[in-house]
Design a protein around this ligand. Structure first.
Ligand SMILES: CC(C)(COP(=O)(O)OP(=O)(O)OC[C@H]1O[C@@H](n2cnc3c(N)ncnc32)[C@H](O)[C@@H]1OP(=O)(O)O)[C@@H](O)C(=O)NCCC(=O)NCCS
Length: 193
């Protein structure tokens, strides 16, 4: 990482590097990319015990979100993952961002003033399995915290099903158990400055 006072050897560096990413609002025209992202990551839907949404269902979800002033759905875009093998093996052309030359490698869905006024809740942060453990998820959360700081008192993440990896991810970012709605969903939260 530029400026890192203790750079790691090149061979182990990728796990720690936060790739440069951008976020952009998703519209119903992005349904093919979002559906491709879901298809590449069926394990998440197994955990929450629902089938992978169809392209039509994804389109309806994106249109519904677009009409909801409090709901935000964004795509996580990277210009390159830096590893040709990852792109070849796991990213298909549907994941080419239609608005840039980048790749759609993640999905962020959150709602403002939910569950209480002054809160915001991440319904889903999903990073393509081929792009995980490179710091992308952390970078998205940091970006969201910075964006909402001063406007939102508490940022929450809702974790559906028995999703130990998600708990560890959010706990590692300083989020603590906040609302119990088990077995369906658990909420982890953090106060924002
Ligand atoms: C959870 C998820 C978003 C993490 O994305 P990611 O890009 O791999 O996460 P990062 O690389 O930024 O990891 C940040 C930290 O979380 C930790 N972490 C990530 N995945 C982990 C896992 N499966 N188990 C334990 N810790 C994990 C990392 O080790 C890292 O910790 P470190 O800073 O101490 O090294 C991704 O695994 C995912 O999309 N899962 C499926 C969808 C999901 O369950 N979303 C959560 C519900 S909202």
């Amino acid at each position: 990482m530029p400026g890192d006072p203790n750079p790691e050897p090149a061979a182990v560096r990728p796990r720690r590097v936060e790739a440069a990413l951008s976020l952009r609002a998703a519209t119903p025209a992005d349904a093919p990319a979002v559906h491709a992202l879901y298809e590449h990551n069926p394990q998440y839907f197994e955990i929450i015990s629902i089938p992978v949404p169809s392209p039509d269902e994804v389109g309806i979800e994106l249109a519904t979100a677009q009409r909801d002033e409090r709901r935000v759905i964004e795509l996580v875009i990277v210009s390159s993952l830096g590893e040709a093998a990852v792109q070849e093996a796991a990213l298909d052309q549907r994941l080419r961002d239609r608005a840039s030359a980048g790749w759609v490698v993640g999905y962020l869905d959150y709602k403002l003033d939910y569950p209480e006024e002054g809160d915001a809740t991440v319904n889903l942060l999903l990073v393509h399995r081929a792009a995980r453990e490179r710091g992308l998820g952390r970078a998205v959360v940091h970006e969201l915290e910075a964006r909402l700081s001063g406007r939102v008192r508490r940022l929450l993440a809702s974790i559906y099903g028995r999703n130990l990896a998600a708990r560890r991810f959010w706990e590692g970012l300083g989020y603590r158990y906040a609302i119990d709605a088990r077995p369906v969903v658990e909420w982890y939260g953090k106060a924002l400055p």
